[in-house]
Design a binder for this molecule. Structure first.
Ligand code: NDP
Ligand code: OAA
Length: 266
């Protein structure tokens, strides 16, 4: 297994990847983003980073681990090839895993390449408790996500609501995690994290809200089962470059990457 901390690559070089790169740089350790797979038309340059526009070229470069910070499409089109090539991948666009066929493809690719796919906790928390509670039996898991109207721009919510004219808390989606994570691929990956840790994509109830009074992205997970019950609420600050994405999601990627290089996982 290649564990060279200087051969870390990212997929995508948007708000989250840039936050990760800067945070690692500020920390000054030996883990650094050294390569990035970016979209064909992307015009990006950064000292010390090799940019690739094709997954095969990235495989040839030989990353020790790849951190996906891009999109559901990247998980679908690029991650299987990396896993098959024996490269471990950390994914953040986990709403894509609501597609059972894709999940099976990734599993097969990892098995073929003797590699490992790690799913981050992202912008949400309490997943360890949810995973434990699941073993005793869960009756109900409910997720409610609230973001300011601007964070829903460019999503399906815009078709049904005049987001800039909203004056009160407005429910923009009610359903389950499978639908939510697929309809809102840039806003509802957290529903997949909750679903995977708990009672699955179909049984996890989801409500998504646009609230002009919200000053960040809130995530409320409510679970009930044989263990008892819990309610966890996170009030996350967004990344400066992307109001959709919580800073905590970028930090969870960094944390997963640091763990990848630990001999003792803390
Ligand atoms: N698990 C969680 O809690 C969270 C997960 N996310 C996920 O993280 C992703 C990244 O977030 P963020 O950085 O804020 O988003 P940004 O939109 O700021 O950046 C994403 C970047 O990835 C690029 N990109 C998209 N698809 C590909 C691809 N197939 N190959 C290479 N580059 C690609 C985009 O380029 P271009 O525009 O040219 O396509 C863009 O530059 C989100 O799309 C979402 O799926 C986000 C928040 C929380
Ligand atoms: O970052 C967040 O607050 C949540 C998010 O966008 C997602 O789950 O896709």
């Amino acid at each position: 297994m290649n564990r060279n901390p200087q051969k870390v690559a990212v997929i995508g070089f948007g708000a989250m990847a840039r936050s990760l790169e800067q945070s690692l740089k500020n920390a000054g350790g030996d883990i650094a983003v050294a390569a990035a797979l970016v979209s064909k038309g992307a015009e990006v340059e950064r000292d010390g980073i090799a940019f690739f526009r094709d997954v095969d070229a990235l495989v040839k470069w030989g990353p020790s681990v790849v951190v996906e910070c891009a999109s559901h499409g990247a998980v679908r089109h690029d991650v299987p090839a990396l896993l098959r090539a024996g490269i471990d991948v950390i994914v953040v666009s986990i709403g894509s895993l609501g597609d059972a066929e894709l999940l099976a493809t990734l599993d097969l690719a990892a098995s073929h390449g003797h590699s490992r796919l790690t799913v981050v906790s992202g912008a949400v928390g309490g997943l360890d408790a949810l995973r434990s509670a699941k073993l005793g039996g869960l009756d109900r898991v409910v997720y409610t996500g609230t973001k300011p109207p601007a964070a829903w721009k460019g999503s399906l919510a815009e078709k049904h609501h005049d987001l800039s004219a909203l004056t009160q808390r407005t429910v923009i989606f009610e359903g389950n995690a499978r639908e939510a994570s697929s309809i809102y691929p840039k806003n509802a990956n957290v529903t997949a994290a909750v679903a995977l840790a708990g009672i699955g994509f179909d049984a996890t109830a989801v409500t998504l809200v646009a609230d002009p009074a919200a000053d960040g992205n809130s995530h409320h997970v409510s679970a009930k089962g044989s263990f008892g019950s819990f309610d966890i609420v996170l009030h996350n600050r967004p990344l400066p470059d992307n109001p959709k994405t919580s800073w905590l999601a970028a930090l969870s990627v960094e944390q997963a990457l640091r763990r990848h290089f630990q001999r003792i996982e803390l």
